[in-house]
Design a protein around this ligand. Structure first.
Ligand SMILES: [Zn+2]
Length: 82
């Protein structure tokens, strides 16, 4: 009888932990998430997602991304100095 009780308790514990693990693995938002591309701010070196980044275009058409307008302006200023 005691063994059966132990087994029941163990089974319950296992079920309890499994539920926690399964809940953790669930995505926070339902549905497939689209790929997030991170870009590096050349001024401060911060990695920002493409969505949050401020895009700046170089003279040769190449795109550069910044974390804020401040960095974009600083980048432009540094290029103008040269
Ligand atoms: Zn920055």
């Amino acid at each position: 009888m005691f063994r059966l009780l132990m087994l029941a308790a163990l089974g319950y514990l296992l079920f309890f932990f499994l539920r926690i693990v399964l809940r953790r693995q669930q995505p926070r938002r339902p549905g497939p998430r689209k790929e997030v591309t991170t870009v590096r701010d050349p001024v401060c070196g911060t990695y920002v997602t493409m969505e949050d980044a401020i895009a700046g275009k170089l003279e040769n058409g190449q795109k550069v991304y910044f974390c804020s307008m401040e960095c974009l302006n600083r980048y432009r200023a540094s290029r103008a100095d040269k």
